[in-house]
Design a protein around this ligand. Structure first.
Ligand code: B16
Ligand code: MG
Length: 219
């Protein structure tokens, strides 16, 4: 078994719950466009890029708009979203996130962020998580969205660790597929039914310890 040398973390749904801010902004946009957008609909947007999220929203509202209008709508939603996350603070880190990152770093395991969000730096700064990462790969650095493995492969490359020595923590099915396509180990964070492709599933990072990485041959 290979030794684990790095852990890569998704942001929304693993370290912070920004899904609710995304939801409120998409819902406001849907209302402006004249239709409703439910929490159930919002599940389809988790881990998905901003552009693809807008396409899904327009599908739900049965609307078709040209490329320029799409860009305007995506920008409008993002302005509302950025306004909400600008009020975040360190209390919004999900349970177990900070202590687990600190434990990994004490043990010499490298850490990276692997998020689809173009707003990841703002969120990391607001929640005071920036210094806990050796590498930060977000939607501003990638060309292809999850389930493409690009975000995690780039993270591993920045950390100079081979994929077989990496573990990814993800809350979305698209992210788990991306991790598996990168040939990394994957821990699903959330419900077992939704994340059954992962090698291991935990309810939250509060259930994670260095010891539990032994299942991947940590020692
Ligand atoms: P932005 P993650 C993802 O973050 C969110 O889960 C997804 O809902 C969002 O559409 C995407 O980021 C893009 O975010 O509009 O801020 O660029 O889960 O990959 O950390
Ligand atoms: Mg996520």
């Amino acid at each position: 078994m290979s030794r684990i040398r790095a852990c890569l973390f998704d942001l929304d749904g693993v370290l912070v719950d920004t899904a609710r801010y995304h939801y409120l902004a998409w819902k406001r946009l849907a209302h402006e466009l004249g239709f409703d957008f439910s929490r159930r609909d919002n599940e389809r947007l988790k881990g998905v890029s901003r552009d693809r999220s807008l396409e899904i929203l327009l599908e739900i509202g049965r609307l078709s708009v040209d490329a320029a209008a799409k860009q305007e709508l995506a920008e409008k939603k993002n302005r509302w979203y950025v306004e909400s996350i600008s009020h975040m603070d360190e209390t919004e880190v999900l349970p177990g996130g900070r202590p687990f990152l600190e434990e990994l770093r004490r043990a010499g395991i490298r850490t990276a962020l692997g998020s689809a969000s173009k707003n990841a730096m703002t969120i990391l700064r607001r929640t005071q998580l920036v210094d806990l990462f050796d590498a930060i790969v977000d939607g501003t650095k990638t060309a292809r969205a999850k389930p493409d493995p690009e975000v995690f492969l780039l993270g591993a490359r920045e950390l100079q660790v081979e994929p077989q020595h990496c573990v990814v923590f993800e809350d979305a099915a698209a992210g788990i597929e991306a991790a598996l396509r990168a040939r990394m180990y994957c821990v699903g964070v959330g419900s077992r039914e939704a994340l059954n492709q992962a090698h291991l599933v935990v309810g939250s990072l509060a259930e994670m310890t260095l010891d539990r990485l032994q299942v991947f041959g940590y020692l």
